[in-house]
Design a protein around this ligand. Sequence first.
Ligand code: PBG
Ligand code: ZN
Length: 340
Amino acid sequence: MFPRVRMRRLRGLKLVRETRLSCDDLILPLFVDENLDGKKTEKRPINSMPGQFRFSVEGAVKEVAEARSLGVKSVLLFGIPAQAKKDEGGSEAFNSEGVVQRTVRRLKSGSEGEGRGVVVATDLCLCEYTTHGHCGLVEAEAGAERGKGRVLNDATLEVLGEVAVSQAEAGADIVAPSGMMDGMVKAVRERLDDAGFSNTAIMSYSAKYNSALYGPFREAANSGYQFGDRSGYQMDFSNAREALREVELDISEGADIVMVKPALFYLDIISKVRERFDLPLAAYSVSGEYAMISAAAEQGYLNRAEVVLEGLTAMKRAGADLIISYFAKEVAETLSRPRQ
Ligand code: PBG
Ligand code: ZN
């Protein structure tokens, strides 16, 4: 007891630090935009995410190489198809010449200095590829209120399997189903195994909440929905125990990595999942988290590098093993500076 015990004796000593954020934990999300095909520009800024861009295939290769040089060893790719290629069924998502497939092949056949050795994960969803913007197939005739509950879960699973195989064929190391369809992990695992891709890993967006923090992403990925909302398939932010059920089901279906998304408002969920399950756990710090911190920092209201380091460390402290963040490059730079 005091005065013999003085907590301040060890305070600030790196030796007793409990949580260490490392470059090895980071995954950088990247948008590859087919609408930039044939254009001179290699990247186009995203308004609501200052400092983030949509890249052409070659632009993405350069970005991956730069991230790699900063110490970021994994990326998560999102595709934005040419506008005219969207259809009701999202069929462009499994085109072997689709923008994601081309980017993965390019990265995997790239030379040293082009990001060789980088772990490539691909987001596996339909919302960027469907005209209606939902994450699955929707009932054709249901009209204006068809969003909620009208996404055709089981029919969507077939398509997801197709997309997974096309991404694995291109060379993806990890496929990441993000549409919150029931049974999606099982469907994807079976299709991958049948097609001979038993070594392609599945990182499932297991506990993905219906969050207002995805707003900037929908601008970035051009994936806003035309009607309804996503509450029929994404989770209610009031629920925590339900997340444990979602994770448990994904594990039983064969997920290799499970995910909680978003991250900062959901640290309790990360912590609960960590306590209950032993799989690698990813936290997705989403576009809205990036936008909030960027905007405040731009105003001079807070110190960007410090807040980013604190936020991402909090995700690890809560129990995440991997962190998917638009801040990956800059936090890698911060971590490489001597003081940290
Ligand atoms: C699409 C998808 C979304 C995000 C990742 N995959 C958006 C959504 O569900 O509307 C969000 C990522 C972010 O906000 O950074 N399935
Ligand atoms: Zn989706």
